[in-house]
Design a binder for this molecule. Structure first.
Ligand SMILES: Cc1cc2nc3c(=O)[nH]c(=O)nc-3n(C[C@H](O)[C@H](O)[C@H](O)COP(=O)(O)OP(=O)(O)OC[C@H]3O[C@@H](n4cnc5c(N)ncnc54)[C@H](O)[C@@H]3O)c2cc1C
Length: 508
């Protein structure tokens, strides 16, 4: 079966034979009809990274690939959901919701923005900083001065991080950074405003986050001085779902026989000769190259096993980055009774307790929908995922009663939130970079194994981890490298660092 020469797709029933009996060539070969046969590529995961990697192979003349996706549609963490009472239903976004940064003048353009425009996805600019109402557990309280100060403190934090990079200083937590720039939140309002600037983006606390990496994640996206796209945040309000742009893009090049939906991978067995991939139904698929775009959370939690186990340097990289969780909780009410601004902040004595609220009932969003949502992140997301929907709804309603003490609040007609942390296809929402994660780790997270197993996804993006555009650029970069490798008749893959060592070792 594995003679040198043309390598064909092989779907076997169950693995009853030795897969890597002989070395396989990765050079293009000629079949019996005189046609060139390319090496085979399997792309695992149909999110933005997987689709853009597939498109890149296609654009570079490599068509001998197949894309496997566990879910019944493409999009990955772009997922929509219809909520609401019959006759008043709205498509909301369980996952990614905003194009973060678009383009400023003729500067760099966010490629997600390009695709959103190309496929006519309906978006609406969100004013996160100029349309905000503030509350605490006594009701409406104006602490916009604290909000503005906290916005300035966040800017100071990111600028100071840039100076550390230039001086090649070690990383610290963003909490250390905040303290060093003099920002030390004490009151619930201080904490809620800091949360809005920081956790609401990174889905983890400043204590859990790298000072340097969180700052460049922000700057490379938003700050035009650092090559960022600009500070727009466009919310998808498209009733086909935000996912529409990537599904429409895939439809332009992906042949039906190249896409296998509802195909869940359980095992990846690799060697320097090639890779075999086992699905839950026992199908075994053999390929010359596999590109794995599963989330960091999936890799961390052994939802897919690797044989042999991934090398130590790879496992250290996977386990050293963090998969954070970001949870939007949607409610629909028969009428609105809340603020008229776009955003609301709730300051509780417990930091991160149902803190950020968004009004969808506005003319530019879902007018007359009666829809509002609140976001929690990190440990709070994990906590509420363990509760029943009724228990979470009761907590949310209690907060609303505190925010609006003089209002008779009706029962919601719809209540919905997704459980990203528990979902075995994701195990969280997006990656976050802790201060103990070094740039060498990041190189290793991205690096190939045995030159046959490739990795891409938002988490492998050094500049844009966590973002849709990070997944896009990684799909593009890794797709390009893989195509170059195949077109060259094989390659050495990317480099990795065997052991990440201290620049100045500890002396004991
Ligand atoms: C709640 C939330 C809010 C977000 N908000 C934003 C935002 O507003 N703006 C922004 O830019 N980014 C946002 N993001 C991040 C963005 O969604 C991700 O960075 C991006 O979608 C990741 O794409 P990916 O291709 O790397 O991974 P994924 O989209 O996770 O693709 C991987 C694919 O692998 C599949 N898979 C997993 N396990 C298996 C298996 N065993 N077998 C087969 N297939 C499998 C999954 O189903 C998935 O489709 C948000 C994410 C979430 C969850």
């Amino acid at each position: 079966m594995f003679c040198k020469g043309p390598v064909r797709w092989v779907f076997a029933a169950l693995a009853t034979h030795t897969f890597w009996a002989s070395a396989r060539s990765v050079e293009r070969a000629v079949d019996s009809r005189g046609l060139t046969v390319d090496p085979t590529v399997v792309i695992l995961g149909g999110g933005v990274a997987g689709v853009i990697a597939a498109r890149t192979l296609y654009e570079r003349g490599i068509t001998n690939f197949k894309l496997f996706e566990a879910r019944g549609e493409l999009g990955g963490r772009l997922q929509s959901q219809t909520i609401g009472v019959s006759g008043d239903e709205w498509v909301i976004e369980r996952g990614a919701n905003w194009v973060q940064g678009t383009q400023t003048d003729d500067g760099p353009v966010n490629p997600i923005w390009t695709l959103v425009q190309k496929h006519g996805v309906k978006t609406q600019a969100n004013d996160w900083y100029g349309s905000v109402s503030t509350y605490d557990d006594t009701g409406a309280v104006d602490y916009l001065d604290i909000f503005d100060a906290s916005s300035d403190q966040y800017t100071t934090l990111t600028v100071a991080a840039g100076a550390r990079v230039q001086k090649q200083l070690v990383d610290l937590t963003a909490r250390s950074g905040y303290s060093l720039v003099g920002a030390k939140p004490k009151t619930p309002a201080d904490m809620a405003c800091e949360y809005y600037q920081f956790d609401w983006e990174y889905a983890q606390t400043p204590e859990e986050s790298s000072w340097i990496a969180s700052s460049w994640g922000n700057n490379y996206t938003y700050d035009t001085d650092d090559g960022g796209f600009g500070d727009d945040n466009l919310m998808s309000i498209d009733q086909r779902g935000f996912k529409y742009f990537i599904q429409a893009e895939a439809a332009e090049f992906l042949r039906p026989d190249q896409l296998l939906l509802n195909s869940t991978v359980t095992n990846i067995t690799y060697s320097s000769d090639g890779v075999n991939v086992t699905l839950t139904d026992g199908t075994v698929l053999l390929a010359d190259y596999v590109l794995c775009t599963f989330s960091l959370g999936v890799l961390q939690n052994d939802d897919v096993t690797f044989e042999p186990a991934l090398p130590d340097w790879k496992q250290e990289a996977i386990q050293s980055m963090t998969m954070a969780t970001y949870t939007k909780i949607f409610l629909q009410f028969p009428e609105d009774f809340w603020f008229e601004t776009q955003m609301g902040i709730f300051a509780d004595s417990t930091r991160g307790y149902y803190p950020v609220w968004q009004n969808m009932n506005l003319t530019d969003f879902f007018p007359g929908s009666g829809v509002i949502f609140v976001t929690v992140t990190g440990d709070e997301s994990v906590r509420i995922e363990a509760l029943s929907d009724d228990e979470v709804q009761a907590e949310v309603m209690e907060v609303l009663h505190e925010m609006f003490p003089n209002v008779t609040i009706p029962e919601p007609t719809a209540f919905y939130f997704p459980r990203w942390h528990s979902d075995p296809l994701f195990r969280g929402s997006y990656s976050n970079w802790p201060s103990s994660f070094f740039s060498g780790h990041h190189e290793n997270l991205r690096a190939t194994v045995e030159d046959r197993l490739w990795f891409a996804g938002e988490a492998t993006s050094q500049k844009y981890f966590g973002f849709l555009h990070g997944a896009y650029f990684e799909g593009l970069n890794v797709g390009t490298q893989l195509a170059d490798c195949i077109n060259a008749g094989g390659c050495a893959g990317s480099t990795h660092i065997a052991e990440i060592t201290n620049a100045l070792p500890y002396t004991i």
